[in-house]
Structures are given as structure tokens and as C-alpha cells.
Design a protein around this ligand. Structure first.
Ligand code: PEP
Ligand code: MG
Length: 568
């Protein structure tokens, strides 16, 4: 058995085709006619841009807009004047042949990106290598590997599958992908998931361990791969595949259905996003709104604060994509484990108990005012609600409200439209806010329970510390009582109460949340249908019975064991 990273769920059963890139050797000799060599490079560049544009178009129609963006990123790189300028200077000044100029320049940028300790830049390094290979292939007149016409039941095995190779795959024929490099978030993994092809990545030396035509089974979730499976393993994987496909088909039945319990109690099922573009996926997965837009991601992966206009465009885009469905946008939640280097915030002894989220925003109107103003302006384009994170006391919320009122007056004075009835709510993720939920419920328009932080703060346990990890559990009766208290307070006051922490997608907790009276569940886009199915499997009366039993228990262990024993 080989083991790698399960990067795209599903079971693949088929025969190996090893994908080997053709040799890209060339003779490195100085050129005499640099003008002709520059023209040769230019023509290869034009051809590469044209091919990539065609691939991106094809990807957009066959797979999706989000996946096509990866190739559109390649086009931007190909047209980057800094990159092409450097290649042309190498040809002109150093008399390099076009192949060497492309190789050396791209290697320089790839090494620079790869040296930065950031997943996004690591990916950029792979992208640069991908366009390098394609440019050199065009210069040498080498044909691309044709993955569109492999036989049915093929398992592709390669050192790496670049986005341009993956783009050519026909998912009707390819039943699995195995590679030596890449991880869950690499572009090849994203594309494999979009094409719904099971994939296991990062299996050491797999290209030399397998042969063309060899029989292989793989599990794209666990990362397990068997070559030449015996009859028992083959039967086991056939059964696994049937179960996987059945579960997938069963989930599809929930597309377009209301989210309700078996006896018709309706709740709202929204999704969490980190970037405006993620909203497309939410719509594809039939989400009923956005329950949490983590805006801090707009501030990361860049050298400076996004302007009010840039933020306005991002918020407006989500509001428009959601066409009037609710969009809860959380104001900047940095500090703790979310760092933004250019803000120069300095190290703290206890970052999770320190200067983070609303605490920081209230001290930094230069950051907060443009964000709130952008949110208000975007509220003219959809049902945007503003959510304030890490609230501990009523004073903090009142200060935010005062700032919003001031900004509204300014927008009025300038004749800029916004939703005058915009709802402003809070994340309940600190024990202080939970204990005071009945008081907060009179002040705020809605609650969203952030169980990720609420669990940590309630149990005073850092999730990252293995010595205290046993305490970090949402099944702990203390955390469950806290959640119930918040929901009851909201229900009593008649304000909306949702949950956007991970617990909202935990099927073991579904009956408890239904029984407590949770009105909105906000989960990752990929969990939407599973959560809808989970909710539909309980009646309110059954959920109440489960809740009554669980809430009478004294320990996390008992509750967890009980919930596992009755899981649906
Ligand atoms: C939470 O704390 O539950 C939450 C949703 O916020 P984040 O995970 O972004 O801290
Ligand atoms: Mg939080």
C-alpha cells in the first residue's frame, strides 16, 4: 500500500497511464541576431497566451469560472512586463537564446516566490514553472501531452499535474490521479475536486513504482493506494465506490430543497466565505445566503491596507452575486492567530487575550472607518448585514454603532445611497458576550455564535496545545450550555440567531442545535448539502428528546458517546 495526501474524495479503480513530460533539452549557445531571437520569443509568447486563453475559455464552460481563474492568472503572468522585459533583456544584452532566457528568468522568479513562507506564493512559484515549460515547449516545437484522449478507466500518474495539463483532462475517461508532489490546496488538487476526479498527491516516487497498464485502486479521502489489488481489496474498493457514489447522489437530491426538519421546521442554511469570489461556489452549492464573510482575508496576501473603494467593490460583488439573499459581513478580525505584517502590531504575551478584532478596530479609526463606510455603501446593492467580532461588552458595540451612525450622516450629506435599515449584529464568541446574551439581545439586531473561539475561551484551552486539547471540545457541557443560553436569549428577544463556527456543520450537534432553536446554520460551501440532509433527518420532537438527555449529562465523554451512538 502507498500513502499520500487525499486531495479529492472518491474511489478510483482503473489502469495506470504514466504521464511523462517530453524532454525539453536544448543547446545553449549565444545568438548573433538578437532582433530575430526576440521576435521568435514574442511569437512563442503570443502563441502561449492564445493557447492559455483558449484553455481558460474551455475550462470556464466545462468546469467553472473559479477554476478558469487559475489559467487566467497564468495569462496575467505571461503578460507581466517585468517578466517579459527581463527575458527580452537577456536575449538582447546577454545574447541568450530564447529558451535559456525564458528558463533563467522564470527560475529566478520561481525561486523567489518559493523562498517566501506563504502558501499563496508557493503556488505562484508552481505557476511560473508551468508557464516556463509551456513557453519552452512552443519554442522547441514539442507537442503537449494529450490527456483528452486517454482510454476509459485511466488512472493518471505523474510527478506533478500542472494546471495546464489538468485542464486538458476528460473526466469521463480519467478515474483517478496520483502524483509525487502537491497538497490539498495546490491548483491540481483544486482542479481535481472541480472535475470530481479522486486524487492522491505527494506519494513519494510513485512514477517509478508503477507501470503503464498496472491495475490500481485509490481512496481520494484517506490517501490510500493499492497496486495490483487482490480480489478481496478489489471487492472492498468496489463496495466503497458504490457507497460513495450513492451518498453523492443522495446529496444531490437536496439541491433546491428548503432546509427543514423531517416535520417541517424551517431554518436558514448559509455559508462562510473568505473572498468575494467564493460566493460563486456558495451559489453552486445551493447556499441560502452568506452567514460569515471573513473580511480579514482582503487585508492579507498584500503589502498594504485595501482602500475603501477596493473593499466596496468586494462587498458589492458578494451582495450582487447573492441577489438579495442575506450577506453577513464580519468587520476586520485580526490579532490572535491572524497576523497582518504591514500593520506592525508587534508581539503580545497573550495574543488571544490581547489587542484583536473590535478592540483594535476601535483604536484604529483609520482602518475601521473606511471598512464600515465601504460596507454601508455596498448595502445599497443587496441585503448586507454588518457583524462585529470578539465583542465582550455592550460599550464596545455602542461605540461601533455610534461610528456607523456618524458615517451614515456623512453619506446622507453627500447623497450616497445605503440601506438605512442595515442590520448590525455581533459574533458571540466570548464567555462575556454569552453570559450577557439577554442584555445584548436588546441592543443588537442579530447574534452569530462563533463556536471556534467560544469553545477555546469557555474552556480556557488553546486548541493548538496537545496537552490541553482534551479540554477543547464543543461537546463539553459548559460550551453546550453557553450555546443554549445564547439561542434562548435571542429567541426570547425575537432576534435572529445563527452559528458560523465549525460546530454548525457537525452532524452530531445537529439535533441539539435544532432543539435549542438555532435559526441559521452557516457552514463551508462543501458542507451545505450534507448539513441540509442532516437537518432533514430529525423531527423537532426527536431533537428535543436528544437534547434533554444530552444536557442532563455531566461530562464531555458521556455526551460525545451518546451523540455518536444516535448519529444519523
Ligand atoms: C469562530 O470563532 O467560531 C469564528 C467563526 O471565527 P473565526 O474562526 O474566524 O475566528
Ligand atoms: Mg472567532
Amino acid at each position: 500500500m502507498y500513502k499520500g495526501i487525499g486531495a479529492s474524495a472518491g474511489i478510483g479503480i482503473g489502469s495506470v497511464i504514466i504521464v511523462k513530460e517530453p524532454s525539453l533539452d536544448y543547446e545553449k549557445k549565444p545568438v548573433t541576431d538578437t532582433a530575430a531571437e526576440t521576435a521568435r520569443f514574442q511569437s512563442a509568447l503570443d502563441e502561449c497566451v492564445a493557447k492559455t486563453t483558449a484553455m481558460a475559455e474551455d475550462m470556464k464552460t466545462r468546469v467553472g469560472e473559479k477554476e478558469a481563474e487559475i489559467l487566467e492568472g497564468h495569462i496575467l503572468l505571461l503578460m507581466d512586463p517585468e517578466l517579459t522585459g527581463q527575458i527580452e533583456s537577456k536575449i538582447k544584452d546577454e545574447k541568450s537564446c530564447a529558451e535559456a532566457a525564458v528558463e533563467e528568468t522564470c527560475d529566478f522568479y520561481a525561486a523567489m516566490f518559493a523562498s517566501l513562507d506563504d502558501e499563496l506564493f508557493q503556488q505562484r512559484a508552481t505557476d511560473v514553472c508551468d508557464i516556463k515549460t509551456r513557453l519552452i515547449k512552443i519554442l522547441l516545437g514539442v507537442e503537449d501531452v494529450d490527456l483528452a484522449n486517454v482510454p476509459e478507466g485511466t488512472i493518471l500518474v505523474a510527478e506533478d499535474l500542472t494546471p495546464s495539463m489538468t485542464a486538458g483532462i476528460n473526466p469521463a475517461n480519467v478515474v483517478g490521479i496520483l502524483t509525487e508532489i502537491g497538497g490539498k490546496t495546490s491548483h491540481s488538487a483544486i482542479l481535481a475536486r472541480a472535475l470530481e476526479i479522486p486524487a492522491v498527491l505527494s506519494i513519494e516516487g510513485i512514477v517509478s513504482k508503477l507501470e503503464n497498464g498496472q491495475s490500481v485502486v485509490l481512496d481520494g479521502k484517506t490517501g490510500e493506494v493499492y497496486a495490483d489489488p487482490d480480489a478481496d481489496v478489489l471487492e472492498e474498493y468496489k463496495a466503497k465506490r458504490a457507497a460513495f457514489l450513492e451518498a453523492k447522489a443522495a446529496l444531490k437530491l437536496f439541491v433546491g430543497k428548503p432546509t427543514e426538519t423531517a416535520d417541517g421546521v424551517k431554518v436558514q442554511l448559509c455559508a462562510n466565505i473568505g473572498k468575494a469570489e467564493d460566493a460563486t461556489k456558495v451559489i453552486e452549492c445551493d447556499g441560502e445566503g452568506i452567514g460569515l464573510f471573513r473580511t480579514e482575508f482582503l487585508f492579507m496576501d498584500r503589502p498594504q491596507v485595501p482602500t475603501e473603494d477596493e473593499q466596496f467593490e468586494a462587498y458589492k460583488k458578494v451582495a450582487q452575486l447573492l441577489e438579495g439573499k442575506p450577506v453577513i459581513i464580519r468587520t476586520l478580525d485580526i490579532g490572535g492567530d491572524k497576523e497582518i505584517p504591514y500593520l506592525g502590531l508587534g508581539k503580545e504575551e497573550n495574543p488571544f487575550l490581547g489587542f484583536r478584532a473590535v478592540r483594535l478596530c476601535l483604536q484604529r479609526p483609520d482602518l475601521y472607518r473606511p471598512q464600515l463606510r465601504a460596507l454601508l455603501r455596498a448595502s445599497a446593492f443587496g441585503d448586507i448585514m454588518i457583524m462585529v467580532p470578539m465583542i465582550c461588552c455592550v460599550d464596545e458595540f455602542r461605540q461601533v454603532k455610534a461610528l456607523i451612525t456618524e458615517l451614515m450622516a456623512d453619506l446622507d450629506a453627500n447623497g450616497i445611497p445605503y440601506n438605512k435599515d442595515i442590520k448590525v449584529g455581533i459574533m458571540v464568541e466570548t464567555p462575556a458576550a454569552s453570559v450577557m446574551a439577554d442584555v445584548f439581545a436588546k441592543e443588537v439586531d442579530f447574534f452569530s455564535i462563533g463556536t471556534n473561539d467560544l469553545t477555546g475561551y469557555t474552556m480556557a484551552a488553546d486548541r493548538g496545545n496537545p496537552d490541553v486539547a482534551y479540554l477543547y471540545s464543543t461537546y463539553d457541557p459548559a460550551v453546550l450550555r453557553s450555546i443554549r443560553n445564547v439561542i434562548t436569549a435571542a429567541n426570547d428577544a425575537g432576534i435572529l440567531v445563527g452559528m458560523c463556527g465549525e460546530a454548525a456543520a457537525d452532524p452530531l450537534l445537529t439535533p441539539l442545535l435544532i432543539s435549542f432553536g438555532l435559526e441559521e446554520f452557516s457552514v463551508s460551501a462543501t458542507s451545505i448539502l450534507k448539513t441540509r440532509k442532516g437537518i432533514s433527518s430529525w423531527t423537532k420532537a426527536e431533537a428535543d428528546e436528544v437534547a434533554a438527555k444530552a444536557m442532563a449529562m455531566a461530562t464531555e465523554k458521556e455526551i460525545r458517546a451518546y451523540l455518536e451512538s444516535i448519529a444519523r
